[in-house]
Design a protein. Structure first.
Length: 187
């Protein structure tokens, strides 16, 4: 008596994929099997090697990424001119403003101090003055000769306190002074 052959069992593709994902080293030592694998070509009928299919997929990803990059780049290239950098507000000092800055510095190169509403209006006319006194960090800009002042102000009266160290504002003032020298036309 012959036995009927067992019905052929088919594997569930999801289970195979899950198993392969859990065993990424399965093809190590079985490179011949990799070369024999044939997968459908995405654009034409027939099968191609796994390697060819990976190359096709990588090309598609690269083209998609290039498209996204082109989309991001395009608005920036529409304008031929470079965008203007934001310019810091500049204020030409009159005698009163110069005297107030000198008084705030009190003979120092850099200092943190309270900034009264009237000083705010005098020294920062382009910025709306707070209702109450604020505070500021001020640094004298000089590179051999006086060039001006760097004034960083806050409506918060405790933002810049007299007890704070001014090493950073002095350093910032030196950098700004050097940059101003580079921007000034030499005669």
């Amino acid at each position: 008596m012959s036995q009927a052959p067992e019905p052929r069992k088919t594997l569930d593709p999801d289970q195979v994929a899950f198993w392969l994902a859990r065993h990424p080293d399965f093809f190590v030592g079985r490179e011949g099997l990799l070369q024999q694998l044939q997968v459908p070509h995405p654009h034409i009928e027939g099968a191609v090697s796994l390697l060819e299919r990976l190359v096709i997929d990588l090309r598609q990803r690269a083209e998609t990424a290039e498209g996204r990059l082109e989309h991001l780049w395009c608005p920036a290239s529409l304008s031929d001119a470079e965008p203007a950098l934001p310019q810091p507000p500049r204020h030409v000092l009159d005698q009163h403003a110069s005297a107030r800055l000198a008084a705030l510095l009190d003979g120092r190169t850099s200092r943190c101090a309270k900034l009264s509403v009237s000083d705010w209006k005098c020294l920062l006319p382009h910025v709306k003055a707070p209702r109450k006194a604020g505070s500021c960090a001020i640094s004298r800009l000089s590179a051999g000769e006086p060039m001006g002042y760097l004034l960083i102000a806050s409506p918060d009266a405790d933002q810049y306190r007299a007890s704070m160290d001014t090493l950073f504002t002095e350093y910032l003032g030196d950098i700004v002074a050097r940059l101003l020298l580079r921007l000034t036309p030499h005669e």
